[in-house]
Ligand binder design. Structure first.
Ligand SMILES: Cc1ncc(COP(=O)(O)O)c(C=O)c1O
Length: 444
């Protein structure tokens, strides 16, 4: 570990190619002296790409987000597409029970709360959701945040103090990186990343940290994700938890993509591994399996009490709208009553991955996210446009979101995808894959 200024130990903040952490602004720096001059290079580039149909970001959806969506194209017309670009894994956004819960809450409580939780923004439903989450996560208490992003910012900036050490997986989400950057403005915490899912590297760092000069107050934190969003792989949680126990570190897991879908009853990655305990703080998001917005932290009561009154991204932001809270509660009830949704999701993911692998695509799957590698010499934007033309809505993940040779298409599977949806995707992959030379063209 290096010493010196706090920033010297932050080897992380401006990273451009590790997991979901980057900023495009780094590519459009100019010496311009006006605001317009500063932003125009990006704006020109973006408009040009869009006009060519090569920028598939922020597509305009004109229907509910389900297994099929209606999308407006650049010519202004709309058409139906099969949706593989949403993390609405269980199709809850259109479930009648979820919609009914939201309507009932709207009638009973109105549209919103108009304030932060500690100052008049807390309702019975918010408290009920905290209680339910604590049962799901088998913890004493939980705390709702406006987003998963805020939840990550919340624990990092509130719990870490001077001389603390945070060891984190290099593929952690941007919100953790931003939390570290913000915490570094007020503490001299040391944040060190370890190679993705490399528990030997983590152990070497733990040994190094333990050997280093120790301030009596220093605490060690380890941060990982349950399911990694770009690669769809799981953290080796049992081993990481064991190491944390051995070296006296606090383990925090970001289970944004695990909550609701991973484990037999969807309680998350700990359930998947059959772990009763061994995770100190669990963070989750409602923007994935629940298809809504919002985030939370679950932990021991004293930790949550402290965060409730000291975490600025909680205290200084309005509480979640009541409709969102009701929708998440409804979603949890659906997951409990209809466990077959999770079974179906996994069957769909296995089917799609098998179909793509059989064609010769380089894929990997442990969860419901299927990344399909696109060779570095292939123009991924052009490939994505061909999928768009074929009516398949998927996400193109390219540099700087991942390393240049790690570019990929990312498909998020839903339990509501039909066999026809999945077969349409496989057929499109076959056609486009052969046309672009990603897989061998047997007809040649
Ligand atoms: C792993 C991970 N953590 C945190 C977040 C942030 O969650 P939210 O969308 O609720 O702000 C995301 C969202 O992309 C994520 O993938």
């Amino acid at each position: 570990m290096s010493s010196g200024s706090p920033a010297a130990d932050l080897d992380c903040v401006a990273s451009t190619n590790n997991g979901e952490n980057f900023s495009l602004s780094e590519f459009f720096r100019t010496e311009a002296t006006t605001l317009l001059g500063r932003v125009k290079p990006f704006s020109d580039y973006y408009r040009e790409s869009r006009a060519m149909g090569l920028a598939h970001y922020g597509r305009e959806i004109v229907s509910a987000v389900s297994n099929r969506v209606r999308v407006r194209g650049i010519d202004g017309t709309t058409r139906e597409m099969v949706m593989f670009g949403s993390n609405n894994y269980l199709g809850l956004t259109t479930h009648p029970h979820v919609l009914g819960r939201i309507q009932q809450a709207l009638e009973e409580f109105g549209a919103g709360v108009g304030g932060p939780p500690l100052l008049g923004g807390m309702t019975q439903l918010h408290m009920e959701l905290e209680r339910r989450l604590s049962i799901w996560k088998d913890t004493e208490d939980s705390l709702l945040y406006g987003s998963g992003y805020q939840a990550n910012l919340g624990w990092v900036t509130t719990l870490l103090r001077d001389d603390d050490v945070l060891l984190y997986d290099e593929y952690n989400h941007a919100s953790l990186y931003d939390g570290i950057a913000l915490a570094a403005t007020t503490t001299n915490l040391k944040a060190i990343r370890f190679a993705h899912n490399d528990t030997e590297h983590l152990e070497r760092l733990l040994i190094r940290v333990r050997k280093g000069a120790v301030s009596p107050n220093r605490q060690i934190f380890v941060a990982v994700e349950g399911v990694y969003s770009m690669d769809g792989d799981l953290a080796p949680l049992p081993r990481i938890s064991e190491l944390c126990g051995e070296y006296g570190a606090t383990l925090v897991i970001d289970d944004a993509h695990g909550t609701g879908v991973t484990g037999k009853t969807g309680r998350g990655t700990s359930e998947h591994f059959g772990m009763k305990d061994g995770v100190d703080i669990c963070m989750g998001s409602f923007s994935k399996a629940f298809g809504m917005t919002g985030g939370f932290l679950s932990a021991d009561r004293e930790v949550i009490d402290y965060l409730r009154f000291c975490s600025r991204s909680y205290m200084f932001s309005a509480h979640l709208p009541i409709t969102t809270v009701a929708g998440v509660l409804g979603g949890m009830e659906v997951i409990e009553r209809e466990p077959e949704r999770i079974v179906r999701l996994h069957e769909n993911a296995v089917y799609l991955e098998a179909g793509l692998s059989a064609l010769g695509f380089k894929t990997f799957r442990e969860a419901s996210i299927i990344p399909v590698r696109i060779p570095v010499d292939v123009n991924i934007r052009d490939v994505c446009k061909q999928f768009d033309d074929a009516g398949i809505f998927l996400n193109s993940i390219e540099f700087p979101a991942v390393k240049k040779d790690g570019q990929r298409l990312r498909l998020s599977v839903m339990s509501t995808h039909t066999r026809e949806d999945l077969d349409m995707a496989i057929a499109a992959f076959e056609q486009i894959g052969r046309r672009t030379g990603i897989i061998p063209d047997v007809t040649v």
